[in-house]
Design a binder for this molecule. Structure first.
Ligand SMILES: NC(=O)C1=CN([C@@H]2O[C@H](COP(=O)(O)OP(=O)(O)OC[C@H]3O[C@@H](n4cnc5c(N)ncnc54)[C@H](OP(=O)(O)O)[C@@H]3O)[C@@H](O)[C@H]2O)[C@@H](O)CC1
Ligand SMILES: [K+]
Length: 494
């Protein structure tokens, strides 16, 4: 099931709804125990707890309280614990007493060579960058020290995921109850995220309506949430959805080959190509049915338009023709540039429409940059234009007009290479043709694309051809173990 990522306000609502568990300090004790367990696990994996040393950086709020109670717990397991109090007068009193009682030491700075440092500067109450005193403590840490953030890496905005400068870069982040938006939007600085159950209810399920309605809503998918289309016993090449690719040119066939190749690889249905690179495309992929003109293209169930197609009058005419149909259409690259100049092309479209801009194309479409709040920006465009927008990046966001946004962390940036977007459009287009909604198609395509980049790279730079080459093994990871339901019914025929 997709995971929802909460705002700071929703987290506070959920905590408040737990009543006495909040007021009598139970939630904090559970949270602190969860942090201590994770740190102890880290220490055990590198030789054990006893005799090891842990530092805590303690801010003015409850986040610091969590860190102090966690350190007290660790001290009782034989760990030497040291704390720096950034605001000594405001440090959580009960947490500080517990820390001192367990033998923890308080000083102006942390000793060298600590095994773990716990970031308890700020959590969901933090605003803006890490302040200088805190930044100094983290800057002094050696590379051997593992940083464990309590709730969030300090200096990261809980709701927008903006990583301020400076901000803590955590190896592990331990959070409570439900992941926050920042755990996805700022995934690269959160490290491994561990969600500890502290007994607060699901805000979506248990709220009585008094909490604020939050829009947009951010979700992430696990591999199990990806329902890749598989051919069923009764399927033929047409019934699985035919995708048509309009991309590239005779002079610049690369985008055409990459997008069409991705479509050929992504699903077993038929792939058509329309454009002047038809000979080059067929030379690479003989299974593609290619035509130079749209009028001769044949029937499709979805169109991909744009990569390398140019932005001239011919491109405008082609776009107009395709967008006038009631078929799903994915618009990428040059098509986005044309639509930025002619937004009326998509204004009255009722059929599924998916725009796949990178940040530059997004700015062209909106007349403004993406800004620090990518989630709000992409959700706003999707809502204003009543279509689905996939904003590319290390964290790809796919927003529906309803305000539902799915985010996918690619896990690396190896796919930031020329032509990778063409591959993505081919994958997503074939999923649209297979009947997936624009958001499902975008989310599944982004996930498989990221996995292919990982498989192709293995730590080395890649080009888009290598990415395309790794697409089939990547897809296999999403289909092989889950190809059939318990009753033997192929998933695609359900
Ligand atoms: N409620 C519960 O039951 C549970 C809560 N839990 C925990 O509580 C956390 C929320 O605690 P919170 O509300 O006290 O806010 P918190 O994040 O500690 O920071 C607020 C303080 O920081 C300061 N400050 C602000 N910005 C700053 C900056 N950039 N750099 C430095 N300082 C900055 C600001 O003070 P200022 O200096 O501005 O006066 C303010 O006083 C939550 O994340 C979770 O860890 C868990 O135990 C589970 C149960
Ligand atoms: K923190």
């Amino acid at each position: 099931m997709p995971t929802r990522h909460l705002t700071a306000d929703e987290v506070r609502d959920a905590e408040r709804a737990s009543g006495h568990l909040l007021t009598d300090g139970t939630l904090m004790r559970r949270a602190a125990h969860g942090v201590a367990q994770v740190v102890a696990g880290e220490l055990r994996s590198t030789g054990g707890c006893y005799g090891r040393s842990v530092g805590v950086v303690v801010g003015a709020g409850d986040n610091g309280g969590d860190a102090l109670f966690a350190a007290a717990d660790l001290a009782r397991r034989g760990v030497a614990t040291h704390a720096v109090l950034l605001a000594p007068d405001k440090a959580h009193p009960a947490g500080l007493s517990a820390f001192r009682a367990a033998g923890g030491r308080v000083g102006d700075q942390l000793p060298d060579g600590l095994d773990v440092v716990i970031d308890g500067v700020v959590g969901i109450g933090g605003r803006g960058p890490l302040r200088p005193a805190a930044a100094e403590v983290f800057d002094a840490l050696g590379p051997e020290t593992t940083i464990v953030a309590v709730d969030l890496p300090s200096g990261v905005d809980a709701d927008t995921g903006e990583v301020h400068t400076p901000a803590v870069r955590a190896d592990i982040t331990v959070t409570f109850g439900f992941p926050r938006r920042a755990h996805l939007l700022a995934a690269p600085v959160c490290g491994r995220v561990v969600v500890v159950d502290i007994g607060i209810g699901d805000p979506a399920g248990e709220f009585d309506g008094s909490s604020k309605t939050v829009s947009p809503q951010l979700f992430s998918y696990s591999d199990e949430d990806i329902d890749w289309p598989l051919p069923g016993p009764g399927d033929d090449k047409y019934t699985q959805g035919v995708v048509g690719i309009i991309a590239g040119s005779h002079r610049y066939p690369g985008a055409a080959i990459l997008a069409t190749g991705a479509a050929v690889t992504a699903t077993s249905g038929m792939t058509r190509y329309v454009g002047s690179a038809h000979a080059e495309v067929v030379a690479h992929f003989p299974e593609v049915v290619a035509a130079p003109d749209l009028a001769d293209a044949g029937r499709v169930q979805a169109w991909v338009v744009g990569p390398g197609m140019g932005t001239d009058d011919a491109a405008l005419t082609t776009l107009r023709t395709v967008l006038d149909t009631d078929l799903p259409v994915l618009l990428d690259a040059d098509a986005l540039t044309v639509v930025a100049e002619h937004p009326e092309l998509v204004a009255r479209r009722a059929a599924p429409t998916l725009l796949t801009p990178h940040a530059g194309e997004f700015a062209r479409l909106t007349g403004a940059g993406v800004g620090a709040d990518r989630l709000a920006a992409v959700a706003d465009l999707a809502s204003r234009w009543s279509l689905t927008v996939l904003l590319k990046g290390r964290i790809t966001l796919i927003a529906e007009p309803s305000g539902r946004v799915v985010g996918n962390d690619a896990g690396s940036s190896w796919a930031a290479t020329a032509g990778a977007g063409d591959v993505l459009s081919g994958i997503a287009g074939s999923l649209l043709a297979a009947g997936r909604s624009p958001q499902e198609a975008g989310a599944a395509a982004a996930r498989v694309h990221a996995r292919a980049a990982e498989l192709a790279s293995c730590g080395a730079p890649i080009g888009a051809s290598a990415l395309l080459g790794a697409l089939r093994p990547a897809i296999r990871e999403f289909t092989a173990p889950r190809g059939r339901t318990r009753t033997g019914t192929p998933r695609s025929s359900r």
